[in-house]
Ligand binder design. Structure first.
Ligand SMILES: O=C(O)c1ccccc1NCC(=O)[C@H](O)[C@H](O)COP(=O)(O)O
Length: 239
């Protein structure tokens, strides 16, 4: 089995940064449609940036507490592949927003120090039950500004069986990406602050280094898997 952790780089505002993400081999590019964010882009600007993204790279529109009508209006102008609901939307509100936008969605759970692992499992199951458009649970650290704060949380709260359905974010960087991939084994990782020169301004070197650190984690997992397979083969009785 070959493991490849998907990588999303969030909060793009400039064409050169979009090209740096594409060149890095990352899988997804996020645009922040939350007006209070320093990384906010207008739908019109995002539409221009999306036109520079080659095929087979996913574009994601991030919203915080927007209405179904607002989200639908944005995606009509900026045709993102899927949406990320990063606010206090209830499970049913998130389902209604996704239906109005006609997009699959990532729902964010903002983890607090007292979050229980079971809460994460139950939240993911409830989202799946509420909408066929729900695709992955994105875990980020609880902060008043909602996200993009470069702050991490305790990964040991993530149940092992949930990890393959999780997008891990919050305070990731080149320094902890390999450990995150090997330790948590999430479906994907998502980063903003850790690859920036300033808020909304990405650093091509940091993006490339982050992607390399994630791939180093993938390689470690692959090697562990090959080792485990060969050990278990040796343990098989020969006929
Ligand atoms: O980026 C923002 O300014 C932002 C504002 C409000 C909600 C979410 C926001 N960003 C979310 C992300 O960029 C990522 O999904 C994630 O939180 C990673 O952030 P970081 O810790 O900065 O890597």
């Amino acid at each position: 089995m070959s493991m490849r952790t998907r990588i999303k780089i969030c909060g793009l505002t400039r064409e050169e940064d979009v090209q740096a993400v594409v060149a890095s081999g990352a899988d997804a590019i996020g645009f922040v449609f939350y007006p209070k964010s320093p990384r906010y882009v207008t739908p019109e600007r995002a539409a221009e940036l999306i036109r520079t993204v080659p095929p087979f790279i996913t574009t994601v529109g991030l919203f915080v507490n927007a209405t179904p009508e607002e989200v639908a209006a944005v995606v009509r102008i900026a045709p993102v592949s899927l949406i990320q609901l990063h606010g206090d939307e209830t499970i049913n509100e998130a389902a209604a927003i996704a239906a109005a936008a006609n997009r699959q969605f990532l729902k964010v759970f903002r983890v607090k120090p007292d979050t229980a692992p079971d809460e994460l499992l139950e939240y993911e199951q409830a989202n799946r039950a509420a909408s066929p458009l729900f695709t992955r649970l994105l875990l980020d650290t609880y902060v008043d500004a909602y996200g993009g704060a470069g702050k991490g949380f305790d990964w040991s709260l993530i149940p092992k069986d949930l990890a393959p359905r999780v997008v891990l974010s919050g305070g990731l960087s080149v320094h902890n990406a390999t450990d995150a991939v090997v330790g948590v084994r999430p479906y994907a990782v998502d980063i903003s602050s850790g690859v920036e020169a300033a808020k909304g301004i990405k650093d091509a070197r940091k993006i490339a280094d982050f992607v390399a650190a994630v791939r180093a984690g993938d390689t470690t997992i692959e090697r562990e898997h090959i080792h485990e397979t060969s050990v278990s083969r040796q343990g098989l009785p020969t006929s």
